[in-house]
Design a protein around this ligand. Structure first.
Ligand SMILES: Cc1cc2nc3c(=O)[nH]c(=O)nc-3n(C[C@H](O)[C@H](O)[C@H](O)COP(=O)(O)OP(=O)(O)OC[C@H]3O[C@@H](n4cnc5c(N)ncnc54)[C@H](O)[C@@H]3O)c2cc1C
Length: 385
């Protein structure tokens, strides 16, 4: 459902205020403690951030792709850990239940996902299976009584250490290979046979946690199956497409913050008797960052509008994710350069945001996987013409 222009503006304005008054002031604390304070999480719940894109009937804000992009760009003006904390509920975790779930499953989970009462995770990656996701080894076997038995392990899963509900991608047909014979399963925290390992030590984005999951004869009821048996990979790819636009928006929001940090510093810092912003070589870095940010922003808004119009945007979603995440990394690198030695020090925001930005080029498909996906679509389209 599209919001009217004024309602959307009021909402993005309130997110922008929240970012500046509540999130940016606690960023350094969150990074140092690797924990978002409970009162901030509660405020994120009140703003509806856990259910931005879920339908109103389940308590969500029902933002369409264009609205989601604008809101995520505002939210990611703060350190991206805050977005990461609400990310799965809005993206892979929540949307898989929405798109694949029966009405009973939706009613059981979506209102609590939208309110932030339940934290979700989406578990695809495994120790031996990253970019080549269809090579997954986690198995789901159906018993005679209709229950499913999961065995295997997952790696680097965002939210895994604390998630209440995990969507697990597993091979349900042992005779199949590739994307066929793969199904999704909803596994609740505390299910016997599932271990949620402690959090990994990451390069950045402290405050959000990734971790391993282990399944050792983990028995699930028949209604843990999400979507059609054997068609889980299609549902996964559909959710990932929209997730790629979301990550593009997050990268673009963070880039704007880094540009503002760079410009403010360049106007303030004096060398050779003048602000460094007066030097044309500094101006070139600022201008490149500004232009590249605007280009990524335009691509995202256009792709989101086409998604809202019902077009197939698989290729464009990969373009968004690749262009915006690579742009954000270049902007972060220039931000450190413009800050000189100060940008290398751990008490500077740009040092922290530089580390935070690096993951955008890796998760939800590395840049190389986006390149392969884009080229595949180009070749397929050429063959169809
Ligand atoms: C912080 C973080 C959060 C994450 N969250 C989740 C999550 O919530 N759920 C989840 O399921 N996963 C998650 N992941 C996993 C993430 O999606 C994978 O790390 C990513 O897809 C890459 O897989 P990999 O690490 O196994 O790298 P690999 O696939 O081993 O790739 C290593 C390198 O080889 C390149 N490469 C691989 N194949 C090709 C090819 N065919 N051609 C050219 N180059 C290639 C890659 O681009 C990369 O540069 C997360 C990872 C991190 C670090």
């Amino acid at each position: 459902m599209a919001l009217d222009a004024q309602t959307l503006k009021d909402f993005t304005d309130s997110i922008a205020r929240f970012v500046r008054e509540r999130l940016i002031p606690v960023e350094a604390q969150v990074a140092a403690e690797d924990r978002i304070p409970e009162d901030v999480i509660e405020d994120m719940r009140k703003l509806g951030l856990f259910g931005m894109t879920l339908p109103g009937k389940y308590g969500g804000l029902e933002l369409n792709a264009s609205e989601e992009v604008k809101v995520v760009m505002e939210l990611c003006y703060a350190a991206p850990a805050f977005r990461g904390y609400v990310g799965a509920n809005n993206s892979l975790g929540g949307r898989a239940v929405l798109w694949g779930g029966t009405e009973e499953q939706r009613e059981r989970y979506l209102p609590r996902i939208a309110s932030g009462e339940l934290l979700t995770a989406f578990a695809l990656t495994e120790p031996g299976t990253g970019s080549d996701a269809v090579a997954l080894k986690t198995r789901a076997e159906r018993r005679a009584d209709g229950c499913w038995v999961l065995n295997g392990g997952k790696r680097y899963i965002t939210g895994a250490p604390e998630a209440d509900l995990i969507t697990v991608v597993a091979r349900s047909d042992p005779a199949s290979s590739g994307g066929k014979g793969v199904s999704l399963f909803l596994v609740e925290r505390g299910t016997a046979g599932m271990v949620q390992a402690k959090a990994d030590r990451k390069m950045g984005q402290q405050g959000t946690h990734t971790g391993d999951l282990y399944f050792d004869n983990c028995v699930l009821p028949p209604d843990a199956l999400l979507g059609e048996e054997g068609n889980g990979f299609q549902l996964t790819m559909r959710t990932i497409d929209r997730g790629r636009i979301h990550i593009g928006a997050a990268s673009t929001g963070l880039a704007r913050r880094l540009i503002d940090e760079s410009l403010n510093y360049a106007l303030e810092r004096k060398q050779f008797g003048q602000p460094i912003a007066e030097f044309q070589l500094i101006q070139a870095m600022l201008a490149d960052s500004c232009a590249e940010h605007l280009a990524a922003r335009a691509l995202l808004l256009e792709t989101a509008a086409r998604c809202d119009a019902g077009e197939n945007i698989s290729m464009e979603a990969s373009c968004c994710k690749m262009v915006a995440s690579e742009m954000c990394s270049r902007v972060a690198d220039r931000a450190v350069q413009i800050h000189g030695g100060a940008g290398y020090m751990q008490d500077s925001a740009v040092e922290r945001l530089y580390r935070d930005s690096r993951i955008f080029r890796i998760f939800e498909g590395t840049t190389q996987i986006q390149q392969i996906t884009i080229a595949k679509h180009m070749i397929r389209r050429a063959a169809a013409n």
